[in-house]
Design a protein around this ligand. Structure first.
Ligand code: ASP
Length: 345
């Protein structure tokens, strides 16, 4: 109660309006990459827009009801992880060995608590496992078999590896393996038949990670990210998505960020934390900070992808240097905005 009161007061001071209740806000991404008008059929485009709208509204409902940013993020990412259109949970990309190794992370801006998992193979909702690491273990990051064991012990929903299988991602793997002269592994056990929704998915290049950032009515921000990583990854490769400070970061002192793109570059630039540092230490606006890191630093280093961000005072931003990014945002008293291509707001 006391925490809530303090946060409320802080938000009122920041907005300069002692009468205004803090607003809630949510921003969602479904991956960035080569996404151009000519590449998507009308049906595909409609499917992505509908998915982004459904997910954003689900998160917004939690926030409008007074729920926490963390709860809104988890609810929204569950839908994305279940949706075969996106590279997370069901529909995740395959490793060169034909496995789905899933990464996820979540961070609470109010307390700087964070949880992350890398290379998990049986948890239906890796974002919930990341949250469980944050709240039910003394650690920040668990990986591989140990993380799978922790997941079972915590009673999270387990699925057969074949649950994550989609035909389209398998075809992307076959293409990748052919290009790299690698053998095609056997399909995972229990691989499901292609369904209609999965057939609509667009191959946006290597990316497709999902992420959500949110600001709740108590004035707290949080961020979450979930991914299958990159097609054909080998040797236990882990990208930026489960790395706190790279793919995900949240602090009530600055902002919350979730990223998607060439993970190696996002790790080297600590993209998410860097954006928040520019806001916190240089007093930059959220959009200017996001553009500084994505359009200038990331581009100069040769990386590509994008970010979504939200600040405790209600600023929302996205920035990407690819031809498109599946994205949506919504805030109290503001309409839902959904975008895919570069020429959209
Ligand atoms: N950033 C992710 C990774 O490198 C990939 C993505 O955004 O789709 O694992």
């Amino acid at each position: 109660m006391r925490m809530f009161g303090l946060a409320l007061l802080a938000t009122m001071v920041m907005t300069g309006n002692a009468m205004a209740a803090p607003k809630w806000a949510i921003v969602v991404h479904g991956g960035a990459g080569v996404i151009e008008r000519a590449d998507l059929s009308a049906e595909q485009e409609a499917a992505y827009r509908a998915a982004m709208e459904r997910v954003t509204r689900a998160g917004a409902e939690v926030l409008a009801d007074g729920g926490s940013a963390l709860d809104a993020i988890e609810a929204a990412i569950h839908l994305l992880e279940d949706d075969p259109l996106f590279n997370s949970g069901r529909g995740a990309v395959f490793t060169a060995e034909g496995r789905n190794e899933l990464d996820a992370s979540i961070m609470d801006g109010a307390t700087l608590s964070a949880g992350a998992v890398a290379g998990v193979t049986r948890t239906r909702h890796p974002i919930s496992l990341a949250r469980q690491v944050m709240t039910a273990s003394p650690h920040v990051m668990l990986m591989g078999e140990g993380a799978d064991t922790f997941s079972r012990e915590q009673g999270l929903e387990q699925v057969e590896p074949g649950y994550f299988y989609t035909e389209r991602r398998w075809r992307s793997l076959e293409k990748f393996l052919a290009e790299h002269g690698l053998p095609v592994p056997p399909k995972p056990q229990g691989a499901t038949k292609p369904d209609e929704a999965a057939a609509l998915a667009h191959d946006e290049g290597k990316y497709g990670t999902v992420g959500v950032v949110a600001l709740d009515r108590a004035g707290h921000v949080a961020a979450g990210t979930s991914t299958g990583g990159t097609t054909g990854k080998r040797w236990g490769r882990v990208g930026d998505s489960p790395i706190i400070g790279a793919g995900t970061y949240a602090s009530d002192a600055s902002c919350a960020v979730s990223a998607t793109g060439t993970g190696e570059y996002f790790i080297r630039l600590t993209v998410a934390r860097d954006i928040c540092a520019l806001v916190e230490l240089k007093g930059m606006s959220l959009q200017a900070a996001a553009d500084e890191v994505i359009q200038k630093k990331l581009t100069a280093l040769g990386g590509d992808g994008g970010v979504i961000a939200v600040a405790p005072d209600g600023q929302m931003a996205w920035s990407y240097n690819t031809s498109g990014m599946y994205r949506a945002r919504m805030a109290e008293g503001e309409p839902l905005v959904v975008g895919i291509y570069k020429d959209e707001p």
